[in-house]
Ligand binder design. Structure first.
Ligand SMILES: NC(=O)c1ccc[n+]([C@@H]2O[C@H](COP(=O)([O-])OP(=O)(O)OC[C@H]3O[C@@H](n4cnc5c(N)ncnc54)[C@H](OP(=O)(O)O)[C@@H]3O)[C@@H](O)[C@H]2O)c1
Length: 232
């Protein structure tokens, strides 16, 4: 397991809200609580359905609104089509510098149906950001959920995987990169959110289990053309 990143000194516990308690949200809850962070977790059915995860991890089951309130970092990790169902003004009462991580992907054929703006070229995270009304940092969207548990490696380890991170707010992006480092992965700066199509489904970096050099090359090799398999 990775040690703490220098910007998160030993004992620094962040307040992290996780919206979505499925494959990704559940495993992020497991790892982030194990690292000593104060995690609140929410799903669509309510906190009473999250007692098993809470008992296992020590996370606090909450409503979606509570997950966003008072958090320093909020992870939105739900089926993309459900983003517009989240309470409006979710971040109105949140700290101005709350960091919002978007892990979501557009799967029009299997799950999300047709979303015209995305089909017309809007990066998926830009669409999500507009619905949330708060800037997002795109991360974890191409990471296998199980890898969050199985693949953490210490800094400098030859098998340490790298994850691309895109976002417009450099300070927010740095918080996310530090958190990912703490989780046991390297990161690659994938640019601003307008560039985040480079890590969307079916791009060379999507699902790529590789280090910094290969991930950097894969981001550069991406085509802006939306692949047919990911069009409605
Ligand atoms: N699975 C992966 O390996 C993977 C990897 C990278 C990225 N992603 C992306 O990350 C996102 C989450 O994927 P996942 O596999 O973790 O999903 P999942 O296992 O299907 O879990 C979805 C979670 O979102 C919750 N949810 C749905 N609608 C909600 C709403 N309106 N309000 C609050 N919570 C809501 C669900 O709660 P209920 O059960 O109560 O409905 C559930 O806890 C997706 O966009 C996916 O494409 C997945």
């Amino acid at each position: 397991m990775a040690g703490r990143h220098p910007s998160f000194p030993e004992g620094h516990s962040m307040r992290i809200g996780i919206i979505g308690a499925g494959n990704i949200g559940g495993n992020l809850t497991r790892r982030l609580t194990a690292l000593g962070h104060k995690v609140s977790v929410a799903n669509s059915r309510g906190p009473h359905t999250l007692t098993d995860l809470a008992e296992e991890t020590g996370a606090t089951p909450v409503t979606v609104t509570e997950a966003a309130k008072d958090a320093e970092v909020v992870v939105v990790t739900i089926p993309l089509k459900n983003v517009p169902d989240l309470p409006s003004g979710l971040f109105d009462g949140a700290a101005a510098d709350v960091v919002v991580i978007d892990t979501n992907n557009y799967y029009p054929k299997e799950r999300d149906g047709r979303i015209a703006e995305i089909e017309d070229g809007l990066p998926e995270s830009r669409w999500t950001e507009r619905h949330l009304g708060h800037p997002v940092v795109k991360a974890f969207n191409g990471t296998y959920a199980q890898d969050l548990l199985d693949k953490p490696r210490p800094q400098g380890h030859p098998e340490r995987l790298a994850l691309p991170v895109a976002g417009d707010d450099e300070a927010a992006k740095q918080v996310v990169r530090s958190l990912i480092d703490e989780l046991g992965f390297d990161t690659v700066d994938a640019g601003g959110l307008d560039e985040s199509w480079r890590q969307q489904p079916d791009t060379p970096v999507y699902g790529l289990r590789a280090g910094v050099r290969e991930v950097t090359e894969a981001l550069a090799a991406a085509s802006p053309e939306r692949p047919a398999a990911f069009r409605a």
